[in-house]
Design a binder for this molecule. Structure first.
Ligand SMILES: *[C@@H]1O[C@H](CO)[C@@H](O)[C@H](O)[C@H]1NC(C)=O
Ligand SMILES: *[C@@H]1O[C@H](CO)[C@@H](O)[C@H](O)[C@H]1NC(C)=O
Ligand SMILES: *[C@@H]1O[C@H](CO)[C@@H](O)[C@H](O)[C@H]1NC(C)=O
Length: 465
């Protein structure tokens, strides 16, 4: 099987210029650097020259042209795209709102009584809402100056807060609207520069009136399905980013794991499916299939509460005991099982036709997983899986091992992590200027609203986009 695309882009997720290479800085590197500097110098001269040429054509003085063009756009030395927005390395500045700065943010973080614990919210499949916030607080791309920020992060643990009864839907809606009304920079870009995490299948629908207020903002969510049962999809490929779900820390840790993968020959089952049926056709079909072929497909009734509740360790032990982990659609298209399967090294089989996966411009999912039509769940699927030689399964496992670091919310210092992947995706969303229906700019760079009031003089509550 051919190598996956991530290998070709290794400079992105596995930068060669990390600390350990610094020590092997040699003479040839110096020469290379020197020649780079010289090339840049000559190219710059050439650029100046052409500007001078232009200015003589248009009769402007060189100084004027230089002022006008300086900082507008600067292309890379090798003809690449500019660093801001694209580039060869991460270069972005993100402002993280402080919970004390905006009235209402604390409600979205800890509920109306302030009692919802972030330590509880960081666990489970929706833990991304806390993890991404914490990683940004520690990030070298964080800025404390709103003036220089490319992007703004609005922290909220609202999925968890709602689950634990800390706020109801009506309160969530009203609190978001109140919070946004206090943010002049949200208004400045019509919301485009602001980032929100919605960690569950409901996506931005957690905020009932999202379509009115957040329809231009950057939404981080594992749910990229645009056909959800609500009449309007909260996901848009142009502006939103699909993130991996939060896999249990016990499985993603670098050292001792909760459960280690089994050799293929030791796995008892061909395939398994763990999860509640939730009345979903595909899941019900799998449970039926397991009754027909109990030696091939393991799909026990799972207890999620009470004395027979399956513990984390047992769950992963079961999951690791098959060659293929089936990941059917549930309440929504995305499923945590897909990500979990990489850590027990079973091949994920997506049975969720509308599913969308993270980092699609970097990861070629055909090399690490299988997607099978959900309309063909039956003995045919088991026959097909059985026909796949172990050699091919081993190959996919090897590829998956290389990619799974992208599902781990590891510290930013890890070159390959979900967070670094998200930062790269965010970098592509950076806008060099403020664009919205309600922002305007004058000859001297002053940004004004429709009433020509300068940005600095805008007063809260801001009219919302
Ligand atoms: C959300 O809150 C805003 C502001 O209070 C209100 O105008 C809107 O109708 C609410 N949306 C829903 C769905 O209740
Ligand atoms: C966003 O919402 C506003 C207000 O409801 C609406 O006018 C606009 O068309 C929406 N934009 C998009 C991109 O959906
Ligand atoms: C830019 O021009 C406008 C209109 O002439 C003026 O009101 C504003 O003060 C100027 N802004 C700056 C930063 O000079």
């Amino acid at each position: 099987m051919a190598s996956i695309n991530t290998a070709n882009r290794s400079t992105r997720f596995f930068p060669s210029h990390t600390h350990h290479t610094a020590t092997s800085w040699t003479r040839s590197h110096h020469i290379a650097t020197l020649s780079l500097v010289l090339t840049t110098f000559f190219l710059t001269r050439l650029y100046d020259h052409s500007l001078r040429y232009c200015s003589s054509l248009y009769g402007n003085s060189f100084a004027d042209v230089n002022r006008q063009y300086d900082g507008v756009v600067r292309f890379g030395d090798s003809g690449g795209w500019p660093e801001r927005g694209y580039g060869t390395h991460l270069n972005l500045k993100i402002y993280v709102y402080d919970e004390n700065e905006i009235e209402g943010l604390k409600l979205l973080l800890y509920g109306r009584e302030g009692k919802i614990s972030p330590e509880a919210c960081i666990k489970g499949q929706w833990g991304t809402q806390v993890k991404i916030h914490r990683l940004l607080l520690q990030s070298r791309f964080r800025t404390r100056k709103k003036d220089e920020a490319d992007l703004f992060f609005v922290p909220s643990y609202v999925k968890c807060v709602r689950m634990m009864g800390g706020l109801n839907d009506k309160e969530i809606n009203q609190t978001y609207v109140k919070v946004l009304g206090q943010m002049p920079y949200f208004r400045l870009s019509g919301g485009r520069s602001h980032i929100f995490v919605f960690p569950s299948g409901a996506g931005a629908h957690l905020f009932k009136s999202w379509a009115t207020y957040l329809n231009r903002s950057i939404i981080l969510t594992p749910e990229g399905d645009r056909t959800d049962k609500r009449d309007i999809s909260a996901f848009n490929t142009w502006k939103d980013i699909i993130i991996p779900g939060n896999v249990d820390d016990g499985m993603t840790a670098n050292g001792a794991r909760l459960v280690d993968p089994l050799p293929l020959s030791k796995r008892k089952y061909l395939a398994n499916f763990f999860g509640r049926a939730q009345g979903k056709v595909g899941r019900l079909q799998l449970i039926e299939l397991a009754k027909q072929f109990p030696d091939k497909l393991e799909s026990p009734e799972l207890k999620f509460s009470g004395p027979d509740k399956l513990g984390r360790m047992e769950y992963f032990k079961h999951l690791s005991n098959a060659k293929f982990c089936l990941a059917p659609r549930g309440e929504s298209s995305w499923t945590l099982r897909f990500y979990e399967s990489f850590f027990v090294e079973c091949i994920p089989v997506l049975l969720s036709d509308q599913v969308e996966l993270p980092f699609q411009n970097v990861v070629d999912y055909t090399h690490i997983s299988i997607k099978w039509p959900s309309t063909r769940i039956g003995p045919e699927l088991l026959d097909y899986l059985e026909s796949i030689p172990d050699k091919d399964i081993e190959n996919m496992i090897v590829q998956g091992r290389k990619v799974r670091c992208l599902w781990v919310y590891a510290p930013e210092s890890e070159p390959c992590s979900a967070f670094n992947g998200i930062l790269w995706e965010l970098q592509k969303k950076v806008r060099q200027f403020h664009q919205s229906m309600e922002t305007f700019w004058l000859h001297n760079g002053s940004i004004v609203n429709r009433d020509l009031v300068e940005f600095r003089k805008w007063k809260p509550p801001m009219p919302l986009p």
